[in-house]
Design a protein around this ligand. Sequence first.
Ligand code: GLP
Length: 261
Amino acid sequence: MEVVVLPTPEDCGRVVADVVTAAVEAAPGGVTIGLATGSSPLLAYRGLVARHEAGLRFDHVTAVLLDEYVGLPAGHPESYREVIRRELTDAVGIDPARVHGPDGSAPDPLQAARHYEALVTSLRPVAVQVLGIGANGHVGFNEPGSSLASRTRVKTLTEQTRADNARFFDGDVAAVPRHVLTQGLGTIGEAEHLVLVATGAAKAAAVAGAAEGPVTTSCPGSVLQLHPHVTLVVDEAAAGQLERADYARYVLAHKLAEQGW
Ligand code: GLP
């Protein structure tokens, strides 16, 4: 795992945008990119929109989302499919037919989970998967206790996650769905390159658990330690509990150009 500690959230967004840009440019014949919602990747997405406006093309890109709320009607402004269209994919010109996410409005969510797992499998390889992390270490919506080998399925959100996400529902916790569909940790781990971005002190414990803690279902992000190609991009505040932050800074300062991301 490469831990990249940078001064500001803007710097983090630039590095994540660089990683996605490299994958988009490397495969002009078609590439699948995994996208995350939440606030953490927004600066990266804004950077990608700016690059698109400067000429970067995305018409060969297929996007797969990590997760979705169960029970929000299709087109609900806070459904993750709508959020990603609003924040990124419409603005960079990815055909909505090539933006895929679990169908949280399906009458049978278990069937929707199986269908999405099969769809993601058919769209592999996922060249880059952008990730955020919850304050409790969740990745996608894989809450603590999730099997490290899990596949796409229905999960029940913790009350903490519902409270954290109430800000997207006018502060109304009751409006945040209890159930979600999420790619499993095993599903996510099949992407070729995982890029997790976290900023702010509220993420410091989760980041330390993911990067340095034991590999445990109690911190789902710790499963990243088993993946061969992970870039963990954090600002100074989110790096606040990392024991090896100094080493990470040293590595970055002496990085060989050939090493890339
Ligand atoms: C959300 C999403 C995750 C996201 C995480 C952190 O609930 N399901 O994919 O990474 O929680 O969110 P944020 O980036 O807004 O802090």
